[in-house]
Design a protein around this ligand. Sequence first.
Ligand code: MCA
Ligand code: AMP
Length: 499
Amino acid sequence: MNAYEYFRAAFAARDKEVFLEDETGSVYAYADLDRETAQVASFLTGLGLRPGDRVAAQIEKSPQGLFLYLGTLRAGLCYLPLNTAYQRGEIAYFLGDAEPSVFVCDPARAGGYEEVARASKVTHLLTLGARGEGTLADGLAGAPLRFDTRPVGTNDLAVIIYTSGTTGRSKGAMVTHGNLTSNAAVLKDYWGFTGRDVLIHALPVFHVHGLFVAVHPILLAGARILFHRKFDARAVLAALPRATSLMGVPTFYVRLLAEPGLTQDAVRGMRLFVSGSAPLLLDTFSEWQARTGHTILERYGMSEAGMITSNPYEGERRGGTVGFPLPGVELRIAGADDAPLPVGEPGAVQIRGPNVFSGYWRMPDKTREEFTSDGWFRTGDVGQWSEDGYLSIVGRAKDLIISGGYNVYPKEIELVIDAIPGVMESAVVGVPHPDFGEAVTAVIVKQQGATLTEEAVVAHVRGEIAGFKVPKRVFFVDELPRNAMGKVQKALLRDKFSG
Ligand code: MCA
Ligand code: AMP
């Protein structure tokens, strides 16, 4: 079933209930959501887009952006969300690789994107601003308000989510309608969402956490979203008395704990705090418990598989663990030969289930590499079982930094830094950071006689890639530590530059 139709079947009986309250004061009922998405679907279909065609969007967070996503699903088209921090070079790669027919961007950026859009297969460059303004709105104004949701198969493509890779080249994870519906149903039940719930939504809507996890279970429950355009600790604090639930990355919880107004009284109406996308420090988990009387529920997921494990809603939520495999998800901890390891031994986390994506867009070799011969997906995370079945993520086999919930692959930054005149070579590592969990840190060997400074490197990198990938610090060394095989010993660099 089309994922939109699946959600609609669940919320149809709650037509007049509020779906979303925007920070601006605008309120949308479920009937509004249905009408707005019908208009989007009619409009996109009217442009001549065929099932499976891609609609890319790099837009500020807005209710209209959410309608664009859900309307795209409804039309049987494929949505391609892009982080607003991405710079032109990054966007050019995504448009070239995914070949969307439609690209929706912020009105202020349209001029700068005309050339990259022309160089790709984009036939319609449209705009959508934070207040809903732009050429998309103009187009929607004349579109029919009714649309028969286009039927699709479980394995049909719904969304492509780009995730960067160890080679520095991003891969498009192909997420199907079946992936979306199965995960949504499980989360709604596992986390106990009902029509009485009010979720504070302060996550970006271009990644799985904010776009799927914090929206789909709400739709299935016919619950309400308090829509925050971006995370602001004080605004979230002010909204807590009206809410029942919050989903966030660990940085949300760290910043909320820094607010003196976070008290047991402030959270008295809340029933659920969920954390994910990055490891939640035990200190944050314990401090939250002591201050609020609530135990954060930590879960584990990834773009390729939505949510994989979760601490229980009822029962012990154990800090430092990500709980149990969600219903329908199989998870094994495997050794180098892909055979399961005994309980307690750390190994590769491999998974199977209806939540697992269908492969990387136009990268059949990469897809084959990431699945075992017996069909398990290699997450690249290192995990460990406890005797009583809780999973802990104890490391990563992939060379990945997670900063404030965003993934940063060192290779991508190293390639940009190595191209700076005066750089001989570089290594990028993540070091512990009190706010972001890990901070992107660059270690550089200069060419002889080069007069590079930290400021110059940062300024150069900032022009090329998204701000969250820019190193927070740059250090210069005479040489990089290497092992006998010639591989840079990143663990040594992490230790040396921590703190
Ligand atoms: C912003 N900046 C960052 C980050 N965010 N630097 C490092 N890491 C970050 N995460 C930088 C900007 O480039 C800018 O730097 C400065 O901080 C201020 O930018 P601003 O946008 O105002 O930052 P913020 O509002 O303080 O943002 C922090 C944040 C945000 C609220 C933690 O990063 C965020 O919403 N993170 C959530 C990410 C997320 O949704 N991940 C889910 C991925 P300058 O001024 O120098 O330019 S999906 C996933 O991982 C899986 C499926 C899962 O399990 O969920
Ligand atoms: P992404 O590719 O952006 O979807 O990020 C997925 C990765 O985030 C996973 O493979 C993990 O490495 C990491 N991750 C997500 N949730 C958690 C968690 N609760 N604890 C530790 N790592 C996590």
